[in-house]
Design a binder for this molecule. Sequence first.
Ligand code: ADP
Length: 425
Amino acid sequence: KEEEDTRPMKDWILVQNSELRLEVQNDNSVDIQLLFGVAEIFGTEMAKNMRYTISNQAKIAIFTDISCTIRILGSPDIAYVSTDTPMHIYRNTHFALEHLRRTAQQNDTFGPKVMVCGPTDVGKSTLCRLLSNYAVRSGHQPILVDIDVGQSDISIPGSIGVLPIERPAGIEENEFLKPGSLVYHYGHNNPASNLKFYDTLVSKTFEMYQERCKENPTNKYSGCIINTCGWIDGSGYKCLLHCAKVYEVDAVLVLDHERLCIDFQRDLPKTTSIIRLPKSGGTVVRGREFRKNHRNNVVREYFYGKKGSLSLFPFSFEVPFSEVSVYKIGAPEVPESCLPIGATAEDGNTQLVPVEINKDLVNRIVSLSMATSLEENVVSCSSAGFLCITAVNTDAETITVLSPAPSPLPRKFLLLSDIEFVDFK
Ligand code: ADP
């Protein structure tokens, strides 16, 4: 209740086209409230007088294109106002996409397919979120494709997701496994771990995107927004090119990287617009350790909900070995000379390899494949959800899993990932 809140309170007055940047670290959290005017957080409008809790190491910007007053309850670790923001450039990008969407609708063609690229921590995910939010606010339903396997906005690390955006992102919550999202198991937090498989999955997302567009013309006219990994050199760049070519993207938005623009201009068809955008001064460099921590928090949130809110109650139960089959994707490399005639070493990278169930699987994340039989292409089947193996009892031949849904498991094929999670409760 407001009157009982003894935390420090401060009202910030923001002038036109400025943003209040806030960071909260570790266990800290603050409440924010829009008192007057109009404000948005990465494209999601704030409702007047509503209190939003900002926690979980969030780094946000409250932007106003008119003016506003924001009340903050609590002590943010960082809080400052900046009038130097590239928001008008991002908004103009949105208007250009809007124009293409309207033209697509008039001519019954595909809306703009846009890929957002750049090194790590330049605001790629933030820009994707902003453009998706603006698009839905303008009455469209673009499809967000997240191929950033390290920091996915759609699902947990190690997966690739496709999400039709039907409403603006929430200010407080994460967007996990929303109805309509399709998630694919990759199993590693970096494309380098299995490039062939990564490219295969990216191609798969395009198939699903096309399917979706066939079913729903609104998606077709709205286009897609692809969020990519920050690995832009060598093989990382090749993965980006592969994605751009598979999707035949209309535009590549490159944040803060001149060389990457030049490379794309050289390697992509002339019909693809390569647009360089400035990075926001508010973008926070998070560092390797932070990203690792963040990945862990994201997995925790998948099972338990937001820290402190206890919004989700996962289940823990035993499953007999006989009721599941564990596989990983990608066989160990075999020298070309040992392969059967006609086979190439790469074939192994997308192969389903049985995994023995033993104590090595403890604390590993597995995804539950939607496949019901091995005749289906398990490797590129979508995931029903994720489990964490918390114990393996080889005598009783059971595994204990942490699961978002109660027993029994709806499917039997488990795909092992590199992602570890220690369930401290
Ligand atoms: P990338 O996807 O390129 O790695 P992100 O979009 O995740 O980068 O941005 C990095 C961090 O910076 C995120 O925590 C994001 O919330 C924060 N951030 C981005 N833009 C701003 C801004 N204008 N003000 C404050 N924080 C921001």
